[in-house]
Design a protein around this ligand. Structure first.
Ligand code: CP3
Length: 344
């Protein structure tokens, strides 16, 4: 018998009343799980992402073990680069490394606009498999243009992402061309995921916190509004997540996203107040708390629930991806604590 569909995550995205706070974890399928590490001994990361049966299986690993309220498609921020004609590798413990970082106008104009079902057919196929298996909503995702541009221009992870910001200030027209190409790719990619069955989408803007609010509004906001505006009519809630975004929250709300994801550097209650309660909020336990004792995990999780104050529209998550060293028992403790609620 199939389990009744659990819609508390989608209800919270829409700021509707829920029976208890929904929780999912960024990078919930990953190296902290022994089952994942075992699969990784057999398959390289990119093979897991590009083989529908494997991507679906990895997506399901955390849901088999824990009562999570949403699944997130197992993939990576770099997957669209395959369709855009940008060669890269995923370096263990480092992240994406671009073979030839973008430097010139020619490099940028050579970027392709994807045809998702032709270029990345495994994404739609993974989603269709998962929708048959899941009794919780499936989240699709893409990197947001600034974070994609950061990898493409810097060539890989960077201390302060100053090269990408320098391009933005020095060559604003070229920057605008780059952002529009990325936005078209993001729109097509997320539209295809929603059409295949993704019930919500998250835009990961991991490095956007390196921008000032003025720069955000001038160089990024219009393109973010274009993306949100293009996807909104499809009806799937849009989550917009970044780290180090405390100074940017009001500007991020202007994108029109349904849910804003915050990291742990800001208090959840302060962030939500500054967002004027005009959206749902996702977050924001420090992933490092998960390396402490179960008692500390419980206390810190409750503190976040207390700050959310029982207001409809809180989705519990970590402030960034779960760390590979996280003990599995602490994930169980966290989920139980959130579901039992603050008064327990
Ligand atoms: O949340 C989920 O469970 C879905 C899976 C997911 C992965 N990457 C799997 C992955 C998601 C949503 C991403 C997005 C992603 N990828 C982001 C945005 C989120 C964030 O963390 O800021 C970024 C910046 C990337 C780029 C990237 N890919 C990094 C930094 C790394 C980690 C490098 C490392 O080895 O620690 C990757 C590889 C990657 N993506 C792994 C996983 C599970 C580790 C791969 C492995 O070695 O098994």
């Amino acid at each position: 018998m199939t389990k009744a569909f659990n819609d508390r995550f989608l209800r919270a995205c829409r700021r509707q009343e829920v029976d208890t706070t929904p929780i999912w974890l960024m990078r919930q399928a990953g190296r902290y799980q022994p089952e994942y590490r075992k699969l990784r001994e057999k398959y390289p990361m990119l093979e897991l992402c590009t083989t529908p049966e494997l991507a679906a299986e990895v997506t399901l690993l955390p849901l088999r073990r824990f009562e999570l309220d949403a699944a997130i498609l197992f993939s990576d921020l770099t997957i669209p680069f395959l369709a855009m004609g940008v060669p890269f590798t995923l370096k263990e413990n480092v992240g994406p490394v671009i073979a030839k970082p973008l430097q010139t106008e020619e490099d940028i104009n050579a970027l392709r606009i994807m045809e998702p079902e032709e270029d990345l057919p495994f994404v739609g196929e993974s989603i269709r498999i998962l929708r048959r298996e899941l009794s919780v909503p499936l989240i699709g995702f893409a990197g947001a243009p600034f974070t994609l541009a950061a990898y493409l221009v810097e060539g890989g992870p960077s201390r302060d992402y100053s090269r990408v910001r320098a391009l933005m200030y020095r060559q604003p027209e070229l920057w605008s061309t780059l952002l529009h190409i990325l936005a078209q790719n993001v729109i097509r990619f997320l539209r295809a995921q929603i059409e295949a069955g993704a019930q919500a989408v998250q835009l990961f803007d991991s490095w956007v916190g390196t921008l000032s609010p003025d720069a955000y509004r001038r160089y990024l906001l219009p393109v973010m509004q274009e993306i949100v505006g293009a996807l909104k009519p499809l009806g799937a809630p849009i989550i917009y997540f970044g780290t180090g975004t405390a100074p940017l929250l009001e500007a991020m709300l202007e994108t029109g996203a349904d849910v804003i994801g915050v990291d742990w550097r800001v208090s959840l209650d302060d962030a939500w107040r500054r967002l004027d309660y005009a959206c749902a909020i996702q977050g924001n336990l420090d992933p490092a708390v998960m390396l402490a004792s179960p008692e500390v995990v419980r206390a810190e999780a409750k503190e976040i629930l207390r700050r959310a104050g029982g207001r409809p529209g809180h989705i519990f998550n970590l402030g960034h991806g779960i760390l590979p060293e996280t003990p599995v028992e602490n994930v169980q403790t966290l989920i139980d604590t959130v579901h039992r609620g603050v008064s327990d």
